[in-house]
Structures are given as structure tokens and as C-alpha cells.
Design a binder for this molecule. Structure first.
Ligand SMILES: [Zn+2]
Length: 300
């Protein structure tokens, strides 16, 4: 089997059986730049997008089936940011952020999550099409950072004690984003159904402290392979298993056929109203900023 490089654009699974803990660690490099290249965001929004992408990668690497999909959505009514969306499918990531540039400029150099979103909600959706399962949890967007909001999400929606760390940094003009997610599975290893949950299990605080001790520069350093990072954090544990590595890339699922199929579902009257002065229906993909011009005759 070819070995996957464990430096950038990859997620790695980790199990610490004696502590009933599982983890995921991920780092993105070219993927972040590639997503950002389609948008013109100020640096603050770029950083948030980078962190959101790596969070989405961590969540995607928890999926149990290859066709599974994860969507992370943060939404507010009157925030500087009114919508953040990232999704993951088969190792491919994409995302976009809608924001008000003028209000952002007034927010200062380092606004809190609350300052950016105001009163908002974080929704995370796991789709397992093969198993015909969908799980969606929604929590108020709280805490100082996206990592805190994600931790809060797991505590509220899954009753799973979790440690989430996210970091993003621009190095020599290129973005690197890294993150880790560790969780306590009190009923044993991954795959076993949990019968009840104890959030105060004595093994967990130990793992939470070790996982939480990771430094932002370790998460983002492309010279530090993810298995070395895991070793640094957990080398005193009895047994630490690294699971498979998951390569990550940027991908968008919009294409002319897809856009035509979506438009074809609108009633004829509504489609007529969409036709512009050039006689075509123009559709923009917010994820990748691609623009499609579709002639109404193509839809019948
Ligand atoms: Zn697209």
C-alpha cells in the first residue's frame, strides 16, 4: 500500500484504548489556499474559513462510510457574518462565508466569535446515505472561538466529552490550518454502542489535558508530520494506535448538468422570471464562485 504523507491535506485517526478515547488530527495546506482563491476575503475571514475547513475535515474523518457527508453551518440574523458553510464529501472540502466588509472593518483586529456572529446558531449535519441515516444537531454559537463552539456542540448534542483545538496561520504567503478532536467513548472502543455516558470518567481529564496542550504552531507546522505530533502529545500512554490516514482535497460538486437539474425542478413560470437580458438564466455557485449561463431551452 502506498504511504500517505502525513504533513498537509490529510487527517489521521487515533485510538487510545486504555483511556477509552478516540481522536482525529488534521492539517490543511494547499486545500485552504485553493478554497480561498475563489473568494476575496479579508485576512480575518480567511483565517475563520481556514479553521472552519479543518473542523469540517475532522468531522468528515469521523464518518463511518465513504459516501457520508458532513455540513457545518453557522448562521445569524444580524451578525457581521451572516452565514458560514463548509461541507465534506469523500475527502473533498469546500466552503464560503457571507459577511459585511464595512462592519468587519469596524470590529477591530481580533474580534471574538460573538462579535463576528452576534446571536447565532451552529448546525452540524452528518449524512449517511448508504445507511439512510441523517443526524443534525443545532446549538447556540457560544464561546470565544469556533473550537469552543464545536466542543459545546458535542457536549450538548452528543453528550460526548470532547477537546477541540483549531489553528490557522499564514506562512510565507500560504495558509496552513490544523486541528485536533479528541473524544471520550466511555463504553469502549469505536464502533460499540454507548449504553450510557459518564462525563466525569477519571480517564478523560487526563486525555483532555494532553490533547488541549497542543500549541497552535504545532497544529499548523507543515514540517511536523501528524503522527509525530500525536507522539509528542501522548507518548507516555500505554498504547496509542494511529488508524488510517485520509487524504483531503478541495472539491465542488457544481457542474452544468447539476445546475440544469436543479433549475429543471422549478415551475416553468418561475424559470421564465429568472431569464436575464441575454436570454439566459445565470446561476452562481457560492462555494467556488463559478458562474453558469443556462439557456431555458436546455431545461426541457
Ligand atoms: Zn461550485
Amino acid at each position: 500500500m502506498p504511504t500517505t504523507q502525513l504533513n498537509s491535506d490529510v487527517a489521521l485517526g487515533v485510538a487510545i484504548p486504555s483511556r477509552n478515547a478516540r481522536g482525529r488530527v488534521a492539517r490543511l495546506g494547499a486545500v485552504v489556499d485553493s478554497v480561498l482563491a475563489n473568494h476575496r476575503y479579508p485576512p480575518l475571514i480567511e483565517r475563520l474559513m481556514a479553521e472552519a475547513l479543518v473542523l469540517t475535515a475532522l468531522l468528515g474523518s469521523l464518518l463511518k462510510e465513504p459516501e457520508g457527508q458532513v455540513t457545518v453551518q453557522a448562521q445569524t440574523e444580524s451578525g457581521i457574518i451572516d452565514l458560514l458553510v463548509c461541507d465534506y464529501l469523500a475527502g473533498e472540502l469546500r466552503g464560503y462565508i457571507r459577511h459585511d466588509p464595512e462592519r468587519l472593518a469596524d470590529a477591530g483586529p481580533n474580534p471574538s466569535l460573538f462579535a463576528l456572529f452576534g446571536k447565532g446558531y451552529l448546525a452540524i449535519t452528518f449524512d449517511h446515505p448508504t445507511m439512510k441515516e441523517r443526524y443534525q444537531g443545532i446549538v447556540p454559537l457560544e464561546g470565544e472561538s469556533l473550537a469552543h463552539a464545536a466542543q459545546w456542540f458535542f457536549a450538548q448534542c452528543g453528550q460526548i466529552a470532547s477537546r477541540v483545538r483549531l489553528a490557522a496561520e499564514k506562512r510565507d504567503g500560504r495558509w496552513f490550518a490544523g486541528g485536533l478532536l479528541f473524544q471520550h467513548l466511555p463504553e469502549g472502543e469505536e464502533g460499540r454502542e454507548r449504553l450510557h455516558t459518564r462525563l466525569d470518567h477519571p480517564d478523560w481529564p487526563h486525555i483532555a489535558i494532553l490533547a488541549g496542550s497542543v500549541k497552535p504552531e504545532e497544529l499548523t507546522d507543515p514540517e511536523l508530520p501528524l503522527d509525530d505530533l500525536i507522539w509528542r502529545l501522548f507518548h507516555e500512554e500505554d498504547e496509542v494506535r494511529t488508524l488510517g490516514a485520509l487524504p483531503l482535497s478541495r472539491g465542488c460538486r457544481c457542474d452544468p448538468d447539476y445546475v440544469r437539474s436543479v433549475l429543471a425542478r422549478f415551475p416553468a413560470e418561475e424559470r421564465k422570471a429568472m431569464v436575464g437580458e441575454d436570454g439566459k438564466i445565470r446561476v452562481d455557485c457560492e462555494f467556488c464562485s463559478s458562474s453558469f449561463s443556462i439557456g431555458p431551452h436546455e431545461l426541457s
